[in-house]
Design a binder for this molecule. Sequence first.
Ligand SMILES: [Fe+2]
Length: 187
Amino acid sequence: MNPIFIQPPQVAWASGALSEGPLLRKSTRIQDLAGIFVDEQARQKMPDDLIVYDVEMLATSPAEGELYTGVTHLYPGKIGHEYFMTRGHFHNRREQGEVYFGLRGSGLLLLQNEQGEARLERVFAGSVHIIPGFTAHRLINTGDDVLSALAVWPAVAGHDYAALANGFSLRVIEENQSVQVKEAKNG
Ligand SMILES: [Fe+2]
């Protein structure tokens, strides 16, 4: 027998770079994040086309039961005093969970249930995050370097951004050169 060894896709753990597979890429810029940060005026003063985060994912089957794999690269920065963060979402299919693996940088994963109760997990190279169903999730970069995290989630999960129209109940800001967590005033 002459076996054929298939070359699988690869992730470079130190950088989060994916290779060897057809990739889908999406960049999210300052102009895409209206109303997400508490200081909207500060956001408007920043360059529209500045990238806040990039997502790369393997172009794999969307069928029921399949899994998607992707990496988020969240750049360091702040809008006003608030650290750069992803938009955050519930899954359309609320019961579907997800796993994040921290690859590089340092930050926080903000988790919030449908009752609005929030908690924060530290993200760092090697951290593993079990995101249960019915839980919205957002990455926040509190460090000086790129925060990269690998994610695996059910292909049928989908994204529901509208359900978070009032935002998360916690905000993470820099105050006196340290990371501070505040209750959000506007929900
Ligand atoms: Fe998700």
